[in-house]
Ligand binder design. Structure first.
Ligand SMILES: Cc1cc2nc3c(=O)[nH]c(=O)nc-3n(C[C@H](O)[C@H](O)[C@H](O)COP(=O)(O)O)c2cc1C
Length: 167
């Protein structure tokens, strides 16, 4: 087994490789902004606190897709199902009208709800904390809904995958 101490890790190589071994969910966080509906694919989504109900994610400070969204007052976390990698690929693409190509609706809080997800979490801003070249965004949950009863889409070893029960 190759073993590296932290101070020997190369950020471009070993760091990315080792982190790719840890699977993440694939979510699209959406908001209604002054420029219309916006959305960004987020794998760092995590449940944070029950009281108050908080969820969080990390977003790159200079991510263009996040800029119109960071002042929004309402968000929807769309947790994608195993057959929705096409939506993730659509939402990382610049220069296309992503909301014209996706099926969606308006959530109770005004943020876009993407059809066919396994769950939706409506939320409002709670805090923003510096985290290196990313920010840690915490959102307070204002609504919860489960969707299709299928397995979630995950990202693992640099590709889309899903989960299966372990023995
Ligand atoms: C599966 C997956 C997970 C991602 N997770 C994150 C994330 O947690 N945080 C983040 O800032 N960007 C994440 N991204 C990248 C963003 O969705 C987006 O594509 C990228 O930041 C675009 O940057 P740009 O708008 O500056 O071109 C992820 C992309 C994919 C495909």
């Amino acid at each position: 087994m190759k073993y590296s101490f932290a101070n020997e890790l190369s950020v471009a190589g070993d760091f990315r490789h080792v982190m790719s071994l840890s699977p993440t969910p694939v979510t699209i966080i959406t908001a209604h902004t002054e420029e219309g509906p916006e959305g960004i694919v987020i794998g760092s989504f995590v449940s944070v606190s029950l009281e108050p109900a908080l969820v969080g994610f990390f977003v790159g400070k200079w991510t263009r897709m996040w800029q119109p969204m960071n002042q929004a007052d309402a968000y929807c976390v769309n947790i994608l199902g195993e057959d929705q990698s096409h939506l993730s690929k659509l939402f990382i693409t610049h220069g296309v009208d992503r909301f014209a190509e996706a099926e969606w609706d308006m959530a109770g809080n005004g943020a876009p709800v993407l059809d066919g997800a396994v769950a939706w979490i409506e939320a409002r801003p709670y805090s923003l904390t510096d985290a290196g070249d990313h920010d840690l965004v915490l959102l307070e949950v204002t609504g919860l809904r489960s969707g299709r009863d299928i397995d979630p889409l995950i990202y693992h070893r640099g590709q889309y995958s899903t989960v299966r029960p372990s023995a």
